[in-house]
Design a protein around this ligand. Structure first.
Ligand code: ADP
Ligand code: ADP
Length: 230
């Protein structure tokens, strides 16, 4: 089933057009790579679909809700619950332990500390870094920090995870490990994952690739990667 659609999205920054009419649909459990040259509109598309940016025209629909017509507070509530957003540098809070960092979205949502920390530790386990929960982010490698950041983005069990160059700061082995773990989670939880990337290695993990060119969709189709359900 389709979880998220963007229809005829248009967005400019001042006089600079970033999206000139982009439509796309994302299915549950699907990993989608958004590719294209620098400046083609990848980040803008991701941010519009995630409800961070509001398009000038067009609509974003998530589960029957028009995200693009919501108020900032409604969109921010959705980002705390159904939509997970992850940026290139995971931005863990240095003063909190890794486990506290992962628990943070649950704590901000009003969960009890003990339950939140338990969920955090389960998610760290799923990303192979359960033993690092008591440490501080500064004591982890880049790859370990990014896995913790992904765990934090997923701890609220969003329906869609949005990631802008999630492996951009990692070496290729750490990047492959992260993508393998993300693929497994997408399959197990039915989470759709949208990844902005310029790396062919990353796109190889996606079942669908949306290639942008100058703010338009140059190509949108299935790749030869195995489906998450296979
Ligand atoms: P990509 O992610 O493919 O590199 P972007 O979506 O970041 O592309 O940018 C698309 C176009 O919009 C570019 O011309 C970029 O300079 C411009 N742009 C993006 N964000 C902003 C912004 N916040 N302010 C001004 N221009 C922006
Ligand atoms: P990416 O590789 O994701 O395209 P960018 O460096 O293009 O990275 O963009 C990083 C951030 O800066 C994004 O939030 C984007 O919206 C913003 N941005 C991109 N281009 C411009 C610009 N010309 N002026 C201001 N902000 C921009």
């Amino acid at each position: 089933p389709t979880v998220l659609t963007g229809t005829d999205l248009v967005r400019a920054f001042g006089k600079t057009p970033a999206l000139r009419g982009v439509s796309c649909a994302v299915r549950a459990g699907e990993i989608v790579a958004i590719t294209g040259p620098s400046g083609s509109g990848k980040s803008t598309l991701l941010l519009c679909l995630a409800g961070v940016l509001v398009p000038d025209a067009g609509e974003v629909n998530f589960g029957g809700q028009q995200i693009s017509r919501m108020s900032e507070s409604e969109r921010s509530r959705l980002r705390r619950t159904d939509l997970g957003v992850l940026f290139q540098f995971g931005q863990l809070v240095p003063e909190l332990t890794v486990e506290e960092n992962v628990a943070l979205p649950l704590l901000l949502g009003g969960a009890r500390r003990k339950a939140a920390l338990r969920s955090a530790s389960e998610w760290l386990d799923r990303f192979g870094v359960a033993d690092l929960g008591e440490r501080y982010p500064g004591e982890l490698s880049g790859g370990q920090q990014q896995r913790a950041a992904v765990a934090r983005a997923l701890v609220t069990e969003p329906r869609v995870l949005f990631a802008d160059e999630p492996t951009g700061a990692l070496d290729s082995l750490a990047g492959e490990q992260l993508l393998t773990q993300l693929t497994r989670v997408a399959k197990e939880n039915g989470t759709a994952v949208l990844i902005v990337t310029h790396e062919a290695q990353v796109a190889a993990y996606a079942q669908r690739e949306i290639a942008l060119w100058d703010g338009t969709v140059a190509d949108d189709g299935l790749t030869s990667a195995p489906t998450a359900g296979a």
